[in-house]
Write a protein of this length. Structure first.
Length: 105
């Protein structure tokens, strides 16, 4: 069932978007075309399918442990730091980006 011009005007008003009469006609056509594109989804049998509000669902921690994978070839630290502008204690040394807080971190 297509959206009416009045319904689109109500949506625009709710979103605080001012539309001229010509823009309202154009937006009504555009929104009805967008709704038509979604029509194939309505054909799915969703009986018994629970709605979800997050794509991950009930997972609470999806992050893996932060440990190096030694099975993958890694660049040795000394080679990685070879072309660094500055380094300290096996780390890259870069200027602070948070303002004047005592220099390099």
């Amino acid at each position: 069932m297509p959206l009416t011009r009045e319904e689109v005007a109500g949506i625009a008003d709710y979103a605080r978007i001012a539309l001229t009469d010509a823009e309202l006609d154009e937006m009504t056509t555009y929104m009805n075309e967008a709704v038509e594109l979604l029509e194939p989804i309505r054909q799915y049998d969703l009986e018994g399918v629970e709605p979800t509000f997050h794509p991950i669902g009930d997972l609470s921690n999806v992050m893996s442990d932060d440990v190096p994978d030694t099975s993958v070839r890694a660049l040795p630290i000394d080679v990685a730091l070879e072309n660094a502008g500055a380094s300290r204690d096996r780390s890259f040394r870069v200027p602070s980006i948070l303002g004047d807080q005592g220099g390099d971190r």
